[in-house]
Write a protein that binds this ligand. Structure first.
Ligand SMILES: [Zn+2]
Length: 436
């Protein structure tokens, strides 16, 4: 992290560079309104918000340390409740009313919801998750550790960094007297890493009551990506289950009396394996097969599971139709019965044109502090932005969390020098959204 003094002098250079290049290019830009507009959006940073973001950094690191030292795997209810206490306390300090809701399914931890009423028009929701993928005891081998620009710890990027950015940004805006919104709602769930089975519906229905949703998953660190980014799309997940009922018989004495469910399952898997290739926005891979034994019996029952990824909402319905039709079209073994079903988990996230427009606003804000922000169109990993954007009502953009790496793996870390830019981005963007 640059010291404030250096940062400000750099900012000063940046500003004068912008204004001189503006005048130098104006004659060229006269021929092109587009170029002029592109230069005009590179405004000077909001000095107050930038100074507040810089001042907040030590407190953000304290908050990260506090949260990382609470183990909060998706099944660790005790840890998740401690996390909820921390988040609730900080929301209250930023002027929010808070409530807890039990998840509808799963381990039974709490969802934290904070609301604050303002005097403006827009309804804005911020979301993150407090659970991690790690088993209890992880801090023994993966402790909180500061090393130069990196701070290590389980869940520090995914998603405690996102929560810390969100909480710090709201505190800064509260202290600055920002009220230019109708409602700001914060929703932090405890089960994202297990598919949000007990909170996804609440996320979807709450998001529908808002104009804009900012989601705070991490962005990739410098070691793995060229630069920071926002995310505009993520695959949805579904599961296909195929079941075949055959007839058992002695495999040695009377195999002709049996109807081999395993053979039929193999046939049906092969005849359906490429069906998704003709449907835009969906993939299917049969990945698990099971059959009843024992080895000396003609297989009575067999089952296959297929991994389905959805990048266009609704594509899984089309896949289901063609699967049903194909299975009904013929069989290898007479007298066997095959069924197939498609069950959707987390929906696909597609930011669409309005999400992209908001992300472009974020890009312009990053330019104010001389940083580039890439827009990633689609990732294979799922996110709760899929629930938030399910109906298409709210404008949803993902990845406002800290730059980091190693999530869902080992040696998870965040980059300290992403803290100030991310807080600046979120505070500036919220004030911009409020003006709309
Ligand atoms: Zn996450």
């Amino acid at each position: 992290m640059l010291s404030p003094a250096i940062h400000f002098s750099q900012t000063g250079t940046l500003m004068s560079m912008h204004s001189s290049s503006f005048f130098a290019l104006r004659s060229i830009a006269l021929a092109s309104g587009l170029a002029l507009a592109a230069i005009a959006v590179q405004a000077a940073p909001d000095a107050k918000l930038l100074a507040a973001a810089e001042k907040a950094q030590p407190a953000v690191i304290d908050n990260l340390k506090e949260m990382v030292q609470i183990e909060s795997g998706s099944l660790n209810v005790e840890g998740l409740l401690k996390m909820a206490d921390v988040i609730e306390g900080r929301l209250k300090a930023a002027g929010f009313k808070t409530e807890r809701r039990k998840t509808e399914a799963g381990a039974g931890a709490d969802i934290v919801i904070g609301t604050r009423k303002g005097t403006g028009k827009r309804k804005i929701m911020l979301q993150g998750h407090m659970d991690t993928v790690y088993a209890a005891g992880i801090l023994g081998s993966q402790p909180y550790k500061v090393d130069g620009n990196r701070i290590y710890g389980p869940g520090i990027a995914d998603d405690k960094g996102g929560i810390a950015v969100m909480l710090a940004s709201l505190k800064i805006l509260a202290d600055a007297g920002w009220r230019d919104y109708d409602t700001v709602t914060v929703l932090v769930n405890p089960d994202e890493e297990v598919g949000s089975v007990g909170s996804g519906e609440l996320i979807a229905t709450t998001a529908d009551l808002h104009d804009t949703v900012l989601s705070f998953e991490p962005t990739a660190a410098k070691s793995v990506a060229k630069g920071e980014s926002l995310l505009l799309g993520a695959a949805g997940i579904a599961q296909a289950t195929m079941e075949v009922k055959g007839r058992a018989a002695h495999a040695g004495a009377a195999p002709e009396l049996g109807r081999n469910a395993l053979y039929e399952l193999s046939y049906q898997m092969l005849q359906t394996k490429d069906l998704a290739k003709d449907i835009p926005g969906v993939t299917l891979n049969w990945t698990v097969a099971r059959a009843t034994g024992p080895i000396n019996q003609i297989t009575e029952k067999a089952q296959a599971l297929g991994d389905i990824r959805i990048t266009q909402p609704g594509a899984e319905k089309k896949l289901n139709e063609v699967l049903q039709a194909k299975i009904a079209s013929g069989k290898l073994i007479p007298d066997t019965e095959t069924t197939v079903k498609v069950e959707v988990g987390r929906p696909a996230f597609v930011a669409g044109a309005k999400g992209r427009a908001l992300a472009e606003k974020a890009q312009a804000i990053y330019k104010e502090i001389d940083r580039d922000l890439a827009l990633t169109p689609m990732t294979g990993g799922g996110t709760d932005a899929g629930y938030a954007g399910r109906s298409g009502k709210a404008t949803v953009v993902e990845s406002f969390g800290l730059a980091g790496f190693g999530y869902h793996a080992r040696d998870e870390y965040i980059e300290v020098d992403s803290i100030v830019p991310r807080i600046y981005l979120v505070t500036r963007l919220l004030t911009e959204i409020g003006k709309q």
